[in-house]
Every structure is written in C-alpha cells, then in structure tokens.
Design a protein around this ligand. Sequence first.
Ligand SMILES: [Zn+2]
Length: 347
Amino acid sequence: MTTALRPYPWQQGLWDSLCRLAQDRRLPHALLLAAPEGMGKQRFARAFSAWRLCQQPVADQASGREGACGECRSCQLLAAGSHPDLLWVSPETDGEKVSKVIKIEQARAVVDFANQAAQLQGYRIVVLDPAHALNTASANALLKTLEEPGRDSLFLLLTDQPAALLATIRSRCQLLPLSVPAPEVALDWLRGELADAASAAILLGLARGAPLAAAQLADSAWFKARSELLADLTAVAAGELAPLTAAGRWQKMDAGEQVTAWQSLLDDATQLAMAPDELPRHHDLRAGLERLTATLAAQTLLEALWQAVEARRLLDTNVQPQSILETLWLHWGRETRKRPAGGHHAG
Ligand SMILES: [Zn+2]
C-alpha cells in the first residue's frame, strides 16, 4: 500500500517504456514530454521525479512496473515540497503579473543546480514547466548542460507547444509524445471524476479528448450556462428578446467565459447548418441548436462566429468588456433578424 503518486491510466504505456529503459540503464538524461493541455503532464512529471528520487522504489510483480514507495525520506521530502534534489522551474510571478518566460537568471540557477552533487545520493532532477517558456537567452544558457549534464542529473521538459521550442533544445532531448487517449480509457476515468457522469462524452468532445481539460470544463461557468445562452440567442434571433436586455442578463458572467460559450455554440450551430446529419459536439442541446439553425442561413451563423472570434481578440485590448459583449449581442440581433423575405440578404 502506497500513497505515492502514479501516472494517469492513459500515461501507463509511456511510463512502462521508461521503466524498461531504466531497467536497462538506458534512461536518457533529457526527456521532452509533449502533450496537449489537459493531459496531466505535471502529474506525470511529479510521479516520474518521485520514482527516480525514491530510495526504495517498488515494483509490481506481474508487470514489472516501478514507482515511488511513498514512504522513504526522499518521498517524504517530495510530499512536503522541500526535496533538495528536485528543481521545478516555471515562469515567475512579479507581484500580480505572471511572467510568460523562464528568465536567464532562472536558467543560470538550473545550470548551477545540475552541476552540484545530489544531497540524497540519488539523482538531481530539473523539470522545466513549460519548456516553451524558455526564451532564446535562457535556452542558450542551458544548451551545454542539456548536452552534458552532471552525472545523475535528469532533465524533464514539459510542453504543449513542441514546435515553439528552439531546435537546439529539441535535438538534445528524447521526445516522449503523449497523444490523447482512446475515448473509452478517457471516459472511464472521467466518469469517476464528475458529479454528473452523463455529460462525460460531451465534455470530452469539447476538450478534444484531453481528460483533465474535460474535467475542468465541467466546473466552468460557461459550460453550466450554455443551455441558457442558447435559449437567449434563439430568443433574440426570433425577436422575442431585445439584444441589450440579453446583454444585461449576462453582465455578471466573466466576459472571456461568455465569448467561449458563444464560440462553442455558434461553431456547433454552423456545423449543424452545413452538415445536418453530423452529431453536434453539444449533442444534448441538439433540439435547441436545430431550432436556432432552422431559420438562419449558415452564412449568418458563420459571420456571427467571426464576430465572436473578433470579440475574443478585443478582450485582450483596452476595450471595455461590457461594450464588446453589447456589440456582439447587437450584431447578433441585427443580422439574425434580417430575412430574405423582407428583401434583405441573410447575412
Ligand atoms: Zn520512496
């Protein structure tokens, strides 16, 4: 019985291949774990670090699968977040501002760390999370150490944007690609995580198959409110609700979440208008989506989707979020109420 962290079910294959490499003493000293967001890269990195640092790793008799014991001095230090031989490097926070880059000073600290002897007579492990946060200067500072790390130093680089890494960094690492799991593996796990298991398949589809992203989505404000938003979009299009009244009703929800909901619903509605036989991603809302698309041309929906994309872009500028949302609703009201019968084009 152990309390040590283990990889997620969909990471097991990758874990096993690392176990075999370690047993053959062929574990590369620099690993690049590349996977989309929401795949559990950090859990994998924590479990991996714990295993390599553990003073008495345990092995499963049947599978030969190894893992940390969860009890030794090293495992205890890790659990307390104070292991002297693990350096986890992420962009730093300056006051309230979160930096997007791993700075050169941090890279130099990594080099120093990797060149020192381990304090617990095991490995020294550096996790770069995410590795694409290395800017050119930081990356260059690390090249030599990545090429020839000190004895028993291990680098684990995490990224969801492998193409954004400098080629010189990529080429010094063994790539560990982690692709989205088979739906049944993901759903099996996801159903155990959700309060309402019935929405598991919808969430997984919206999260493009990434299980943790799907679990997170279940808690998001926009996912919970999507049915209500669809009803208001339909009411405005039908002329039953004034656009600005609708905007007022949604004022309390975070603007970014609202725009995400708009994009997701309009994306589905556009798809449905163009390919009515395909299952929408929000398939529990199919009837509502069909009501919406029944009176609107695909072109109108597509243009509304573009407006939502534009709204997303504007949210990163200094424009007031409330005015961005009001414009979105007004545009929606204006475009959806044009009818070919009235002598206008539908969009
Ligand atoms: Zn241990």
